[in-house]
Design a protein around this ligand. Structure first.
Ligand SMILES: NC(=O)c1ccc[n+]([C@@H]2O[C@H](COP(=O)([O-])OP(=O)(O)OC[C@H]3O[C@@H](n4cnc5c(N)ncnc54)[C@H](O)[C@@H]3O)[C@@H](O)[C@H]2O)c1
Length: 436
């Protein structure tokens, strides 16, 4: 029986695995399978990325160059742009981007492109798993029909499932091998084989009744984060009006051992997931005439935060009888979160643009981002020395990287706007440090 021999190859790690998309999600996943003994091809359509990876240079904080090099040397991992490796693959996992279009509708074109490559090379006995975050029913309504012209029979010679990736790039506590997987196959056999696959690299697998449940579980996780961050962002604005620091309140509330989970305010939300994924769900429901109110409100509040930060800068400069127009402002951090160099959807960039539009001269420091393209020009990161900080009219902490020296920043700067409460607990002379 086809599924028995596939299962055997999964269990003895002789199955060949191809992972399409070698970014923040696909690369750590590929190397996790390679580490336990599978031979893995990492397919990516970006030739520069493939060359870099094959030279042993990682593109994610979750994999060191040394670990990548040892897997390449052992013949367990190789990156390629050549989709013909799919012909020998027993397992294919799709980890391509799922961004939004300008209209804020899902841009599913990367999944369609990758799915087409897989379907045209389908051979009986293949297990295909979609990991990209997407709207409910993508697996069954978009991917499955692609295999029909090949005469594939799902559950018999094609095994198809959705299993969302839940990685948090740069998080040293929870790496890909520590995070339980959710698996929803089109048939029970699809679920069983996919669960057997992931059990080779993660300790816990939750099998659910359909791909749709798995797709929705991922979306609900990220809606939950988005909505709770929005609540923290609005709560911070209330605290500011009441002259209370929001972090002190949230930390106090978080001492309750049940029924509470702390979320903290910031300059807005970024990255490839939290600002985007909820809109995949609301888009799908809108097709059915349903408007998701929580998602819309949370999106509205979170997207207003960069404007709120600019307002804080304006007010604080005003208190010192200065204006944004003509001020030299240093942004500390441009990545969307600490510990990574990921600029996707980063609210820091919007804050910088808004300040620039009001006439400020803006520079930035970020140990993870050596340069950015800002308003069409290359802008290089500066070194935030005491002398540099001291000459700025205002320093805005936008990403709370561990590498920044916050006591020194407070001591050396004329004005600090702290959108991450990174200076919380430090002596803050009135009017010189303003926290969200
Ligand atoms: N980054 C995260 O923290 C995270 C966490 C969980 C889930 N996800 C989801 O995982 C998916 C991938 O995200 P990511 O952060 O890894 O993206 P990424 O941009 O880091 O990597 C995607 C890679 O896919 C490649 N690619 C695009 N189209 C391709 C194609 N047709 N064929 C081959 N390669 C192709 C790109 O060149 C790129 O290297 C998205 O759906 C995302 O929502 C991301």
């Amino acid at each position: 029986m086809i599924s028995t021999s596939l299962e055997q190859r999964i269990r003895d790690h002789s199955a060949h695995i191809a992972i399409i998309g070698q970014g923040y999600v696909g690369l750590p996943l590929a190397t996790e399978f390679a580490r336990v003994g599978f031979t893995v091809s990492g397919i990516d359509n970006d030739p520069d990325r493939v060359t870099t990876l094959n030279m042993g240079r990682s593109c994610t904080p979750d994999l060191t160059d040394k670990d990548l090099q040892s897997l390449i040397r052992a013949g367990k991992y190789a990156a390629t742009t050549d989709f013909s490796v799919l012909q020998k693959s027993d397992v294919v996992i799709i980890c391509v981007p799922t961004p939004l279009r300008k209209s804020k509708d899902p841009d599913i074109s990367y999944v369609v492109a990758a799915g087409t490559e897989v379907a045209t090379r389908f051979h009986p006995g293949q297990l295909v798993v979609l990991e990209s975050t997407t709207y409910p029913e993508t697996t069954e309504e978009l991917l499955l029909p692609m295999f029909e012209p090949k005469g594939a029979k799902v559950g018999e010679d094609l095994f198809l499932a959705f299993s969302p990736e839940r990685i948090d790039p740069g998080n040293p506590t929870f790496r890909v091998g520590d995070i339980p997987k959710i698996v929803g196959g089109v048939t029970a056999e699809c679920t069983r084989l996919t669960a057997a696959l992931y059990r080779q690299i993660v300790p816990k697998v939750r099998e659910v009744s359909s791909p749709k449940v798995a797709e929705l579980a991922k979306l609900y996780e990220n809606v939950f984060r988005n909505v709770n961050i929005a609540l923290a962002n609005e709560f911070a604005q209330m605290c500011r009006r009441l002259n209370v620091n929001s972090k002190e309140v949230i930390d106090a509330a978080a001492t309750k051992p049940f029924g509470f989970m702390p979320f903290y305010p910031g300059p807005g939300i970024g990255g490839h997931c939290i600002p985007i994924d909820p809109l995949y769900l609301s888009w799908k429901l809108r097709l059915d005439g349903y408007e998701s109110r929580f998602i819309a409100l949370a999106d509205d509040i979170n997207r207003s935060m960069p404007h709120m930060v600019v307002e804080m800068v304006t007010q604080a400069l005003n208190t010192q009888r200065r204006s944004v127009n003509g001020a030299h402002i240093i942004a500390l951090g441009v990545a969307y979160k600490k510990g990574v160099g990921d600029l996707r959807e980063s609210p820091a960039l919007e804050v910088m643009e808004l300040l620039r539009a009001r006439g400020a001269e803006v520079s930035y420091a970020d140990p993870h981002v050596p340069s950015i393209t800002f308003e069409g020009h290359l802008l290089k990161a500066i070194e935030p020395t005491d002398a540099v900080l001291g000459t700025a009219d205002c320093v805005v902490i936008l990403t709370d990287h561990a590498e920044f020296d916050y006591p020194r920043t407070v001591a050396a700067s004329r004005l600090v706007i702290d959108t991450r409460n990174a200076t919380f607990g430090l002596p803050a002379p009135a009017g010189r440090v303003v926290r969200l």
